[in-house]
Write a new protein. Structure first.
Length: 625
């Protein structure tokens, strides 16, 4: 089956079937993808041919997308605030694992210093894709395990930059191979210092483009209000940066991560995340299938004891280092054990480091194959280890494999601190509310898809998210489920309606306050079950009516009380009339009745106020102070 459609069908069909079975058995989606790759690969059913490397090149774009989103979610300010944890945990793990692996490889296999250090770099890396997916699926993001794992991953991702710069320097002769992986022709025979300068130049270009070109371009694209063009722009950015990094001999995934970090404070980041997320999720699944399909069972069958030893040894050594970190950080025993298992596999960047090690002659073809097989097997075994830990190992050791109630409570204060008021739509109505909140030291989160408006609001000090409020991905990205209140004030009314439908379906527990353009639209919202409905011009009309009454001789206190009563009676009346708004005759009759009752109540209240006022005046005359 050589056609593109046939290959695509096999990939997708295998993914659907194996992931469904895997999830049903409680093993998670990642193991399902990996098993799908093993089944359809060239060493089992042979549905996708023998070109494993070609498959990897196509599907690794999922990893590129994922690392771009990881970088995009990394706020430099938050990174700086968490620097001690990231540097402490990450540095301990990377140096500890690299040194132990290098020393063992040096004495057991009698490799050169450069080769042992390269192998150490390979094994120290963990799988960002597997770990982030597992953290998400198991709800570990707010636990110490999840946070610490992310800190270690972050340090590993950043450390890849110096690692890829160091490896060519370890090569004998100080030059790279005459055919370096991913490097362009002009770098083929260049000395190491020229290649290092090219890498630094490419990273500098990414920073300059990200800070001075991307923003104006996205602003112009945002004005078009065409979602597919925005998606195309986002993909162009990721592909362009990845291509640039490949031209200087580095990983496309690393380039995407750097680009994401550069754009982390970009006002358009939520829209970017929303547009790329669907591509990332699917392509990442395809990447795991490709990893499964490239496990070379011929190599494993030829040296089963050696590869098994490398696999078990690497997992044990990484586990020991990670358990030591857990003990140092005083993790609970269950989370320390889970932390060690979660990060014990070899990650995606190992493929990149191995390719560079091979082209610099630090690794022989034979050892390259051994380590590729070990890396893929470690990815397969991690979900199995997590399942075994949850069901048998941790209970047998007296640990709790799942997140404890105590750990959930530890994060309540943090989650509560993130509560905010979200204003979706920042026209005159939303702007007035936002200004009032901000003037009282309450910072709302504003959502708007007008790029010019976003720039203006940021200059005024508002916290703004550029993006389509009716996009479920964007709402998930900003964690709208954590909002205290959401004010729906989008234009036109059809967009506001669509936003409300998304909120009701996906975030039913969030308190939504709805702005209605007029009475008729207010009836529609009330009929649909929304209780907190406010008409856009209602209160300004009440205020103006009050001013007119004062100018006609009413006392200010009388105007305030009458206005409050009018608001209350009118809101009660609105709810009654909403039930009959579709039948004009019934509506007209009920409307007349409600209006008459409201008039009588207001007149009686005015008489009562004036009678009370007269009594107070008489009392003051009789008992002057």
């Amino acid at each position: 089956m050589d056609s593109v459609l046939a290959q695509a069908f096999i990939f997708l069909f295998a993914a659907v079937v194996c992931v469904l079975i895997s999830k049903k058995l409680g093993m998670g989606s990642i193991l399902g993808y990996l098993l799908a790759g093993i089944l359809i690969g060239p060493f089992v059913l042979k549905f996708i041919g023998n070109d494993g490397e070609g498959i990897m090149h196509i599907t690794e774009f999922g990893v590129v997308m994922m690392l771009f989103l990881v970088g995009l979610s990394l706020d430099p300010k938050e990174f700086w605030e968490s620097r001690k944890e990231i540097l402490g945990l990450g540095l301990f793990q990377v140096i500890g694992t690299t040194v132990l692996i290098s020393v063992i490889a040096y004495f057991i296999f009698d490799f050169s210093f450069g080769t042992t250090l390269t192998i150490g770099f390979v094994i120290t890396m963990s799988s960002t894709a597997i770990i982030l997916q597992t953290i998400s699926e198991r709800g570990l993001s707010k636990t110490r395990t999840g946070k610490s794992s992310f800190a270690v991953l972050l340090f590993q991702d950043v450390s890849v930059i110096p690692i890829l710069a160091i490896i060519p320097l370890l090569a004998v002769g100080g030059t790279v191979s005459s055919n370096p992986a991913n490097a362009s022709d002009w770098l083929e025979n260049a000395p190491v210092f020229m290649r290092t300068l090219a890498i630094l130049g490419a990273i500098s270009i990414i920073f300059l483009v990200g800070n001075y070109i991307v923003n104006p371009v996205f602003k112009m694209v945002g004005k078009l209000q065409i979602k597919e063009i925005y998606t195309a722009s986002a993909l162009t950015l990721v592909v362009g940066v990845s291509l640039l990094m490949e031209q200087v001999g580095l990983s496309a995934a690393l380039g995407a991560f750097i680009a994401g970090v550069v754009l982390a404070n970009n006002p358009y980041k939520q829209q970017l995340e929303s547009d790329i997320e669907p591509f990332k999720a699917l392509l990442l699944g395809m990447f795991f299938i490709a990893v499964g399909s490239t496990i070379n069972f011929t190599v494993i069958a030829h040296k089963p004891l050696l590869i098994s030893g490398i696999l078990v040894g690497s997992i044990l050594i990484k586990g020991i280092v990670l358990l030591a970190i857990g003990r140092w950080q005083k993790f609970p025993k269950d989370q320390s054990f889970l932390f060690a298992i979660l990060l014990s596999q070899i990650g995606e960047f190992a493929f990149v480091i191995l390719a560079l090690g091979k082209t610099t002659h630090l690794l022989t073809n034979e050892w390259y194959d051994y380590l590729i097989a070990t890396t893929a097997l470690s990815m397969v075994i991690t979900p199995i280890l997590l399942l075994l830990n949850e069901r048998w190992i941790s209970p047998a050791l007296g640990f709790k494999a799942k997140v404890t109630t105590k750990n959930n409570y530890e994060n309540v204060a943090e989650a509560s601190a993130k509560k905010k008021i979200v204003i979706a739509g920042f026209g005159d109505f939303g702007m007035t509310i936002g200004r009032m909140l901000q003037a009282n030291d309450i910072q709302p989160l504003v959502m708007d898809n007008d790029s010019d408006h976003v720039d203006d609001l940021k200059k005024l000090g508002f916290k703004v998210v550029f993006g389509d409020a009716t996009s479920l991905n964007i709402l998930k990205t900003i964690h709208i489920e954590e909002a205290e209140y959401v004010i729906a004030a989008l234009d036109p009314a059809s967009e506001n309606q669509r936003f409300l439908e998304i909120m009701k379906k996906n975030f039913p527990k969030v308190k939504v306050i709805v702005r209605a353009k007029n009475r008729k639209i207010a009836y529609e919202y009330l009929q649909e079950g929304y209780d907190e409905v406010y008409r856009e011009t209602f209160f300004s009309a009440i205020h103006l009516g009050g001013l007119m009454l004062e100018s006609l001789g009413f006392k200010h206190e009388e105007v305030v009380k009458q206005s409050e009563l009018f608001i209350k009676t009118d809101r009660d009346s609105l709810r009654k009339l909403a039930r009959n708004s579709e039948n004009f005759e019934d509506y007209l009759h009920l409307s007349k009745v409600e209006f008459n009752e409201q008039t009588i109540e207001l007149k009686n209240n005015l008489k009562k106020l004036r009678k009370e006022g007269d009594s107070e005046n008489n009392s003051a005359i009789i008992n002057p102070s």
